[in-house]
Design a protein around this ligand. Structure first.
Ligand SMILES: C[S@@+](CC[C@H](N)C(=O)[O-])C[C@H]1O[C@@H](n2cnc3c(N)ncnc32)[C@H](O)[C@@H]1O
Length: 207
C-alpha cells in the first residue's frame, strides 16, 4: 500500500478534477440507477474516494454499506460526510488486490474506475469472494481514443497516476469473471465525449 500514488493525491484535487472532467456526476448517476434497480441490503462501493454516489443510499433499504479505498484520508472524509445519513456505514482501508478484510454476503458491489489501477485478476477474484449468492457486481471502466488516459486538468497531482494507470482489458475481465463464477447480464457503452467513454459491465454470481 505504501507506494500507491493514490496516497499522494489530496482529496480536494481529486474531487475538483473529477467534477471538471464531468465523471463524478456520471458515476453518481450510475450508482443511483443500480441501487434503485437492486435495492441491496448490503452494498459495497469500491474505490469510494470521498463517497461519490453514497448520497443515493436509502438507509431503510440498505442497512450495511462498505466504503472501500486504499487512501485513509479519503475514507475519513467519506465517514465525516455520511456518518449521520447512513447508520450502517463502515469505511474500510483495503487494497483490493490483497487479502480482504473478510466481509461477505454483499448484494451489490459497485466498482467504478478502479480496475484501471490494480491487477485485474487479483482484484476480481477478491471482489467475487465478497458477493452473496446472486449478488451483482457492476464494473465501470474507461475507454480513451487518441487522448491521455487521465484527462489533463490544472490539478497536477493527478499526473502521479501515469505510472500505474492502464486501460482495463475487457477480454481479460470477461475471462476472469467467468473463472470467478460470474455471469454477464448486461454491457453498455456510455459516451462522455468523442475521445472518452465508459463501459459498464453487469454480472451476477451463482447463476
Ligand atoms: C478514479 S477513482 C474511482 C472513482 C470514484 N469512485 C468516484 O466516483 O469518484 C479510484 C479510487 O480507487 C482508489 N484505489 C486505487 N487503487 C486502489 C486499491 N488497490 N485498492 C482500493 N482502492 C484503490 C483510489 O484511492 C481512488 O479513490
Amino acid at each position: 500500500m505504501k507506494n500507491n500514488p493514490w496516497l499522494d493525491i489530496p482529496a480536494s484535487d481529486y474531487e475538483n478534477h473529477m467534477l471538471e472532467v464531468g465523471q463524478s456526476q456520471i458515476l453518481s448517476t450510475l450508482t443511483k440507477k443500480y441501487l434503485e434497480k437492486y435495492k441491496p441490503e448490503r452494498f459495497a462501493l469500491l474505490g469510494c474516494a470521498t463517497g461519490n454516489g453514497l448520497e443515493h443510499i436509502n438507509p431503510y433499504i440498505t442497512k450495511k454499506v462498505f466504503a472501500i479505498d486504499v487512501n485513509a484520508d479519503y475514507l475519513k472524509k467519506t465517514n465525516e460526510r455520511f456518518t449521520n445519513e447512513i447508520p450502517g456505514l463502515e469505511v474500510i482501508q483495503w487494497d483490493i488486490q490483497n487479502e480482504g478484510p473478510g466481509f461477505k454476503d454483499v448484494n451489490l458491489v459497485f466498482a467504478g474506475l478502479i480496475l484501471e489501477y490494480v491487477d485485474v485478476k487479483n482484484a476480481i477474484m477478491k471482489i467475487a469472494d465478497t458477493l452473496a449468492a446472486r449478488g451483482v457486481l457492476i464494473i465501470v471502466i474507461q475507454r480513451s481514443r487518441g487522448t491521455s488516459f487521465v484527462s489533463k486538468t490544472k490539478y497536477c497531482s493527478l499526473e502521479k497516476l501515469s505510472g500505474i494507470a492502464h486501460e482495463a482489458d475487457e477480454n481479460e475481465i470477461d475471462c476472469i469473471t467467468q473463472i470467478a463464477g460470474l455471469k454477464m447480464l448486461h454491457r453498455e457503452e456510455i459516451e462522455l465525449n468523442p475521445q472518452k467513454s465508459f463501459v459498464l459491465l453487469e454480472y451476477i454470481s451463482n447463476y
